[in-house]
Every structure is written in structure tokens, then in C-alpha cells.
Design a protein around this ligand. Structure first.
Ligand SMILES: *Cc1c(COP(=O)(O)O)cnc(C)c1O
Length: 400
């Protein structure tokens, strides 16, 4: 019996191998930074979402230690039992203050991960209304999609960036609760959602606009307050989500929305209620990280990343691979076939450059890609080395 069960799984794993879809875990042995040792080798990495280079910043590391001595390591319980510490409350106040110019009557709620925050959001915004409908952008992150499945609301998917189709769907909907859901920066493409137009539709049709700013918080806007600052948006319809394990360099996520929405989540969002609160030391460390993000140094780091993005885009000369149009740290190079993307990633690794190959189901079939991410911790020479190596590999590929 057991062997039959195992055999079924083994056959599926074999199928993944046949389709070049098996993924492997690589063990890093050094802190998150451009120069890392992975599986015993020293490489230059273009993989992480640590866009500002804060994940191993000595000041943030020190703040984590300080947080642990002030509050201990574990929270010991869920937020509603006894796990909600002063560090969590201080972090939430600080995050609410950061988002307050863009969302009236805002309150923020800290979660252990963005994945959980999205499950919480999708379920909480729809659970009070059996007629609720969600309008979901085609390239939304998996955590949003899983949240929608868990929500039991009906889901309409609109094509990537297609405001006209979304308007038709909203106009034809009789739902009493409408929720439009979108990533701000698309995680595997790097482009931005047309948020001003989406917001106009949400105001016109009385819908919530859920903005998942996982890759924008810390990076977009003059003070790094995220995509709402970038576009200069303010509305009662906005439900904002930022993550704190990417540009902020630590861990966790937050929802910032009208205080009643957040209070409802505290009362009803099961992914918030039935889980142990994240370590208060993490919340404490995040205060230091937010100081850096919103201060002069954050602006300098963002400007450096922008310079690196321009440097990369000005120098790519490879065919027939496609560098997608993107002004963010996410600079994807679409190769196409799974094996092709794996081959290029392996060739790069052979030259000491670590860039992840992203395959379906994370991206659509036949659009396997290298997902290059640029960080403030990279130098111009790092980027030149990557681009020159890619250009040479591209040339070889053309002649193959
Ligand atoms: C990374 C990511 C998440 C999940 O956040 P975690 O804190 O890593 O769980 C959610 N949405 C988007 C768009 C992301 O890129």
C-alpha cells in the first residue's frame, strides 16, 4: 500500500524531470548580499529581492539583537492571545504613518509573511457577502490567487493591464461587494499596473482596490513609501499591502487600509488569528530598516539602483532573447523553452554569475526566463560583468 502511494508521487517527480520542471534547493552559506557562497562556490548573485541591500546591513542586524534582548525571541502566542508586543504595535503605527497620505483613516496590521497577509485579505474582504466578486489581474502573485480560492468568492480574471476589459466586467457585475486585485510591480515581469486608471474604475463602480506592493514598498516614491506615492494616489477605496522581506530586508508584511477594514481583519481573518505572532525582535529591527528607507540614505540607494537599471538596459545586445520593458529592479530576460533558460542559467553559473531561471507555472508556458534583480548593493562593475557575459552567451547561442 505504502509503496503504491509512493510510486504515484515518484511518477509525478519523474514527469517534472522529463519536462525540465524539477526545481532544486541551493544552500547559501553567507548572508544575503551580491557576493555569496552557495553550495560551496563563490558567486555574484542577481537573485534576491533585497533591493536596497538591507538584509545584512549591520545597523539592522544590531537592531534585531537589541529587539531580542528587549522582547525575547519568540512571541509565544497569536496576536489575540498574548503575542502582540509593544514592538508590533510600534511598527504598525510607523507603517500607518507612512501610508497615511494615500489612504484616509488608515490603520496598519503586521503579518508574518506576505503570503499569509494575502490569504487574510482575500478572505476578509469577501466573507461577509455571499455575492462578493473578485476582479483579478492575470499576472497576480500566487498568494493572491490562493487567497481568492480560499475566499469562495467568484473570480473574474482580466488580461494583463487591460483596463477596458476590467471596465466591462465591472459594469456587467451585479455583485454587492466588488474587489479589484492587482500586483503593483509584476513580480516576474517588472512592469507597473496602471493604478490611476484602475482606481478611477473602482471609484466609479464602487469597488475596493487591493494593491499588492510587494516589490514597490521601499523602492517607489520619493521617500520609498511605495507605488501610491509614486503615482500620487489617495482614496478610501485603496487596500494596500506591502511586504517587509524584500526592500525592507527583514521579514513579514503589512496591510494598510481604513481602520474598520483592519479591525474586521483582526476579528475575522483566520490567517491572522490562528497563527503565532512573528518574533517581536523582527518588528523592532524593521523600525531601523524603515528609518533608512525613508531617510536621505534610502533616496541615495534608490538612485543608485536606478542608475544600475539604466546601465543594464543601455548595454544589452543579445538576440533573440527579450529583455522585458521594465523600469524597476526586476529585469527579466525571456528565453522561451524551459531547457533553454536552464542552459543559460547554467552557463552563467559556470562563469560565477547566479541568476535564477523561472519556469512555469510561475510564468506562462514557453516564456521561461532569467529573472535578473538589481540591488543597491551591486556596483556598476557587477552589472557590466553580467551584461557582457549575457551578450557573449547570446552571440554563441545565435551561432549554435
Ligand atoms: C513575495 C510576494 C508576496 C509574498 O510575500 P512574502 O512575504 O514573501 O510571503 C506577495 N505578493 C507578491 C507580489 C510578492 O512578490
Amino acid at each position: 500500500m505504502t509503496m503504491e502511494l509512493l510510486g504515484r508521487i515518484q511518477r509525478e517527480l519523474d514527469l517534472l524531470d522529463q519536462r525540465d520542471l524539477r526545481r532544486v534547493l541551493r544552500v547559501t552559506e553567507t548572508p544575503c548580499a551580491p557576493r555569496v557562497r552557495v553550495d560551496g562556490r563563490h558567486v555574484l548573485a542577481f537573485c534576491s529581492n533585497d533591493y536596497l541591500g538591507l538584509a545584512s546591513d549591520p545597523r539592522v542586524v544590531r537592531a534585531l539583537g537589541e529587539g531580542a534582548s528587549l522582547y525575547g525571541v519568540g512571541s509565544g502566542a497569536s496576536h489575540l492571545i498574548s503575542g502582540h508586543s509593544r514592538a508590533h504595535a510600534a511598527l504598525e503605527d510607523r507603517l500607518a504613518q507612512m501610508v497615511s497620505p494615500f489612504v484616509p483613516s488608515v490603520r496598519a496590521l503586521y503579518f508574518s509573511t506576505g503570503y499569509m497577509a494575502n490569504l487574510a485579505l482575500m478572505t476578509a474582504l469577501t466573507c461577509m457577502d455571499a455575492q462578493a466578486e473578485i476582479f483579478s489581474e492575470a499576472l497576480n502573485h500566487a498568494s493572491l490567487i490562493d487567497g481568492m480560492r480560499l475566499s469562495r468568492a467568484s473570480v473574474n480574471v482580466y488580461p494583463h493591464g487591460d483596463v477596458a476589459v476590467l471596465e466591462t466586467l465591472l459594469r456587467d457585475s451585479a455583485a454587492t461587494t466588488k474587489v479589484v486585485v492587482t500586483d503593483s510591480v509584476f513580480s516576474m515581469d517588472g512592469d507597473l499596473a496602471p493604478l490611476p486608471q484602475l482606481l478611477r474604475l473602482c471609484e466609479k463602480y464602487g469597488a475596493w482596490l487591493v494593491v499588492d506592493d510587494a516589490h514597490g514598498f521601499g523602492m517607489l516614491g520619493a521617500e520609498g513609501r511605495g507605488v501610491l506615492q509614486h503615482f500620487g494616489l489617495r482614496s478610501e477605496h485603496i487596500v494596500y499591502l506591502g511586504t517587509l522581506g524584500k526592500a525592507a530586508g527583514v521579514s513579514g508584511a503589512f496591510v494598510a487600509a481604513n481602520a474598520s477594514v483592519v479591525e474586521w481583519m483582526v476579528q475575522r481573518a483566520r490567517p491572522y488569528i490562528y497563527t503565532t505572532a512573528a518574533s517581536p525582535a523582527l518588528a523592532h529591527a524593521l523600525l531601523t530598516s524603515l528609518d533608512i528607507i525613508t531617510g536621505a540614505e534610502g533616496a541615495q540607494r534608490r538612485a543608485h539602483v536606478q542608475a544600475l537599471i539604466q546601465l543594464m538596459r543601455a548595454n544589452v545586445a543579445f538576440h533573440p532573447w527579450e529583455l522585458l520593458k521594465s523600469d524597476t529592479s526586476i529585469q527579466p530576460v525571456v528565453i522561451g523553452p524551459n531547457q533553454g533558460a536552464l542552459d543559460v542559467a547554467a552557463a552563467l553559473l559556470g562563469q560565477g554569475l547566479w541568476v535564477p531561471a523561472i519556469r512555469p507555472p510561475t510564468v506562462p508556458a514557453d516564456t521561461a526566463r532569467l529573472r535578473v534583480t538589481l540591488s543597491a548593493a551591486h556596483t556598476e562593475d557587477d552589472v557590466r560583468l553580467l551584461v557582457n557575459t549575457l551578450n557573449e552567451l547570446g552571440k554563441k547561442n545565435e551561432h549554435a
